[in-house]
Design a protein around this ligand. Structure first.
Ligand code: MN
Length: 201
C-alpha cells in the first residue's frame, strides 16, 4: 500500500494536525510556506512531469525507485515531505519512543539520548540540502543515513521510519542559520506512534 494514492494526479497528503499546532518548534508561517508552498510545488511539478512519462500507473515509491532527473527529484520530495509532515504532533514534554521501536533504538544505539545525538550530528554534518533518515533493513535492523537533495532510503532497499529535513526552507524563518538548534527542537513534536506503525509494517 502506497503512502499516497493517485490516479496519475497526486493530491496533498492528509495531516492529523493544523498549521499552528507544531508551534513554537515549527511556526505556522514556516508550516504554511513549507507544506503549503514548497510541497504543493513539488506535487504540481510531479503531476505535470508524469504526463506521457510511462510512470503514470506506478506507485509513488516505485517512481522514486525507478525514475531519474526531474521526475525523481519531484517524486522524491513528495515522498520525503509526506513522511516528514505525517510524523509530527503538538509539542510534548518528555516525548520518548515506546514499544518495539524503543527497544530497537536502545539495542542499536545504546539508549534514546545516544540515538538523538547521532541523528542530530548526521543532520548537522550533511553539507547543503538534504535529509537524515532512520530506517529499518529487511531484518528490522535500524540504520541512520544521510541523503542529499531529494534522496530517500527506499533506493537502498531500506524502509524509512523517521526523517529530519535539513533544507534551509525547513528552518530559516524560525531559526535562521541555526540548523542544530532546529534539529534539537524537533524531538518534542515526533509522533512515536506513527514511527512505531511504520516500523511494524
Ligand atoms: Mn522541505
Amino acid at each position: 500500500m502506497s503512502i499516497l494514492q493517485h490516479n496519475g494526479n497526486f493530491q496533498m497528503p492528509q495531516l492529523a494536525y493544523k498549521a499552528a499546532d507544531l508551534s513554537p518548534v515549527i511556526s505556522a508561517e514556516t508550516f504554511e510556506y513549507h507544506f503549503g508552498k514548497h510541497l504543493q510545488t513539488y506535487v504540481n511539478n510531479l503531476n505535470a512531469a508524469l504526463v506521457g512519462s510511462g510512470f503514470e500507473g506506478d506507485s509513488l515509491e516505485e517512481i522514486v525507485k525507478k525514475a531519474e532527473g526531474g521526475i525523481f527529484n519531484n517524486a522524491g520530495q513528495v515522498l520525503n515531505h509526506t513522511l516528514y509532515f505525517q510524523q509530527f504532533k503538538s509539542p510534548t514534554e518528555n516525548n520518548v519512543p515506546t514499544g518495539k521501536i524503543a527497544d530497537a533504538i536502545n539495542a542499536t544505539f545504546g539508549d534514546y539520548d545516544k540515538f538523538k545525538t547521532e541523528f542530530e550530528a548526521k543532520g548537522v554534518s550533511l553539507f547543503g540540502s538534504g535529509w537524515v533518515w532512520l530506517s529499518a533493513d529487511a531484518d528490522g535492523k535500524l540504520v541512520i543515513t544521510q541523503h542529499t537533495n531529494a534522496g530517500n532510503p527506499i533506493t537502498l532497499n531500506l524502509s524509512p521510519l523517521l526523517t529530519f529535513d535539513v533544507w534551509e526552507h525547513a528552518y530559516y524563518i524560525d531559526y535562521r542559520n541555526a540548523r542544530a538548534s532546529h534539529l534539537k527542537a524537533l524531538w518534542s513534536i515526533i509522533d512515536w506512534n506513527v514511527i512505531g506503525q511504520r516500523y511494524v509494517k
